[in-house]
Design a protein around this ligand. Structure first.
Ligand code: PDD
Length: 287
């Protein structure tokens, strides 16, 4: 099926949607993005994603081309036009095209930002068999730039990380800086020890995950103890459980780190419970 996508105010077949070769997203990775999941035809935590988008744009001095209300309407229109029950909506905003290549930012008054949205159809997204199996991760050095709290489209190193994992027979990579785990290539990282959920605290070192915020809130409501602090790969290998969170994987258990089984080597009860609570509560609040 040819998807209908959104580009700068128009709904078009994906085969007819174009962006300039001078677009700064293409030339400079000068753009930000969001990925919002869709379950049962409804958006999960749209407000959270819209808020983080606004923050990313502000941090980069980039103008928002549409209002949050318009953004919601575009998301919904794409879900309807593409008949998405379960899947993802990808949104990207770049600093636009000044019609040439130049490091200096163009004047936003004459160079409007580019906005693109498309859907990804993923039937049964919440029933992923991976959730029953758990993920194998490897550790790699985190050599990304220092503003990982901004959700930019600079995804070359995370892509290389996924390839390193694939080559090693694993599913993903956890990145390590100064001896401590920062996050996964496209997710936040957690361990569980003696019933405590441990995850790195928010800073410019990691993306402020929308799923992370919701999961930590639900964990606290369920009287589970959460500790926001650094942890090492050795501590993770020695943990009772490990898991990741993201908009596309929700809560996903990690069962192996650098070839060593975590806990029993099967998805742990805390991760399983958090996944259940997260999906239940998010579905209830979906719009
Ligand atoms: N990735 N950390 C990184 C580096 C990420 O790229 C992501 C999301 C997360 C989790 O954030 P959230 O819970 O808001 O999805 C953490 C998205 C899913 C992606 O790039 O596809």
């Amino acid at each position: 099926m040819t998807r209908t996508v959104y580009v700068n105010g128009s709904y078009l077949p994906e085969t007819e949607a174009t962006v300039s070769i001078f677009d700064r997203g293409f030339l400079m990775a000068d753009g930000v993005y969001e990925v919002t999941s869709v379950l049962g035809g409804k958006l999960i935590d749209f407000a959270g994603h819209a808020k983080r988008l606004e923050r990313s744009l502000n941090e980069l001095d980039m103008a928002a081309p549409v209002t949050t209300d318009d953004l919601l309407a575009i998301h919904r229109e794409l879900i309807a036009r593409n008949d998405i029950t379960d899947g993802l909506v990808y949104l990207q905003i770049t600093r636009g095209s000044a019609g040439d290549r130049d490091f200096a930012f163009p004047d936003p008054a004459t160079t409007p930002s580019t906005i693109v949205l498309f859907t990804q159809n993923k039937p049964g997204l919440a029933q992923s068999p991976q959730a029953d199996k758990g993920l194998k991760v490897i550790s790699i050095e985190d050599i990304r730039w220092g503003r990982r709290d901004i959700k930019t489209v600079q995804l070359l190193y995370p892509s290389m990380g996924k390839m390193m994992a694939k080559k090693a027979g694993a599913d993903d990579a956890w990145m390590v800086e100064d001896g401590f785990v920062t996050e996964g290539t496209s997710n936040n990282a957690y361990i569980v020890k003696d019933g405590k959920i441990i995850t790195r605290e928010l800073s410019t070192d990691i993306l402020h995950g929308i799923t992370r915020a919701a999961v930590l809130r639900f964990a606290a409501e369920a009287q589970m103890e959460v500790v926001e602090r650094n942890f090492t790969i050795d501590e993770a290998k020695d943990a009772d459980e490990a898991f990741i969170t993201s908009a596309s994987s929700f809560v996903m258990p990690v069962v192996e780190i650098d070839g060593a089984a975590v806990g029993t080597g099967t998805p742990g009860s805390v991760a399983r419970r958090l996944r259940e609570i997260y999906l239940d509560e998010s579905l209830k609040a979906a719009i």
